[in-house]
Design a protein around this ligand. Structure first.
Ligand code: UDP
Ligand code: MG
Length: 316
């Protein structure tokens, strides 16, 4: 397929990079990745998506695109839509026979690209995914948060995404299938896992960021975690029903006991029981409503049918 695409002068490999406030090191990142892929002597393109960066990332991208007009396509989103939406924009624009998704901070080592392409070419794999063997330098909260999230997701949905990263090579047919998924609440890793296809994994260690700081705030991460969990499992909703059933059993037992004591004229002085029951049931109801609310909010976002992102500027 590689040869065929090259013969027809089609782009063989698209490198999609979502960028958010990476102006200080973007040129260096581009040069490093470009050097690796240039040495492979294949037709390639870069798709840079500026995810509404508040700094001068877009100016840097424009400059790079002027210097390398034939290999850079770029779009600027009208505001910060989040990495998943930026990725989606990149995938829609990419025309390559294969698409490689990577971060714009060199935390996804470009040296893996030749190996990824080789695996795609040789082993019939449709998805080559880079798996983190260590998560690199991170705060304790992020580490624990990620562990917890993947453990819950694994229990709820049977998808084991532990170690998964967004550094992936996707065959054209995978990209086309991915783009057919019309949801607004995007969770790239989960969606690619859901797609299936033949996959091969290569391990990598996450190096430190080349510069700047992570664009993921705790709030953004929690939002993504909720999107991931609600999009890939409805088990929490069933758990509500389950806990309702458990409480029904308690209710019957306690009800019978109370009636019995009443009938034999020895009504319990159950003030503590009443308060405890009130509090427990109250909180359970609130939590259940909250869980239902989460799903409701997702449904609301989906039915509004808004575009997943808005493009404000385009280059090439
Ligand atoms: N990113 C983005 N939009 C955002 C946050 C991040 O496009 O709202 C990009 C960012 O520029 C980088 C990639 O997503 O290319 C990974 O982000 P980051 O390095 O901040 O995440 P981390 O490596 O800490 O998970
Ligand atoms: Mg990073």
């Amino acid at each position: 397929m590689l040869k065929e695409a090259e013969k027809n002068h089609n782009i063989v490999c698209s490198i999609v990079i979502p960028v958010y406030s990476e102006s200080s090191h973007l040129s260096k990142v581009f040069t490093t990745i470009n050097r690796v892929i240039y040495s492979l002597q294949t037709l390639y393109e870069f798709v840079l998506v500026d995810d509404g960066s508040p700094d001068n990332t877009w100016d840097v991208i424009k400059e790079l695109a002027q210097q390398h007009p034939y290999i850079i396509k770029a779009v600027r989103l009208s505001r910060n839509f989040g990495k998943e939406s930026a990725l989606c924009a990149g995938l829609e624009i990419a025309t390559g026979e294969v698409v490689i998704i990577m971060d714009g901070d060199l935390q996804h080592p470009p040296e893996l690209i030749p190996e990824m392409l080789r695996l795609w070419h040789k082993s019939d794999a449709d998805i080559v995914e880079a798996i983190k063997i260590s998560r690199g330098k991170e705060s304790l909260i992020s580490k624990i948060g990620a562990q917890l999230f993947y453990a819950i997701l694994n229990k709820l949905s049977a998808y084991n995404l532990r170690g998964a990263s967004d550094y992936k090579l996707l065959d054209r047919k995978v990209v086309d299938a991915w783009l057919k998924m019309g949801e607004r609440n995007l969770f790239f890793r989960g969606m690619t896992a859901w797609l299936g296809f033949r996959r091969v994994q290569i391990p990598f260690e996450v190096p430190p960021r080349i510069g700047g700081k992570s664009g993921w705030s705790i709030f953004k991460l929690i939002k993504l975690a909720i999107t991931g969990l609600t999009a890939f499992s409805s088990l929490p909703l069933h758990l509500i029903t389950f806990s309702g059933c458990v409480f029904l059993i308690f209710a019957v037992v306690l009800g019978l006991q109370t009636l019995f004591f009443k009938l034999i004229g020895r009504a319990v002085d159950g003030f503590t029981t009443v308060i405890l029951l009130q509090l427990i049931i109250g909180s359970l109801l609130m939590i259940s409503l909250g869980i239902i609310g989460l799903y409701l909010a997702r449904i609301y976002e989906e039915v509004k049918g808004r575009p997943r992102y808005i493009i404000s500027e385009k280059i090439n």
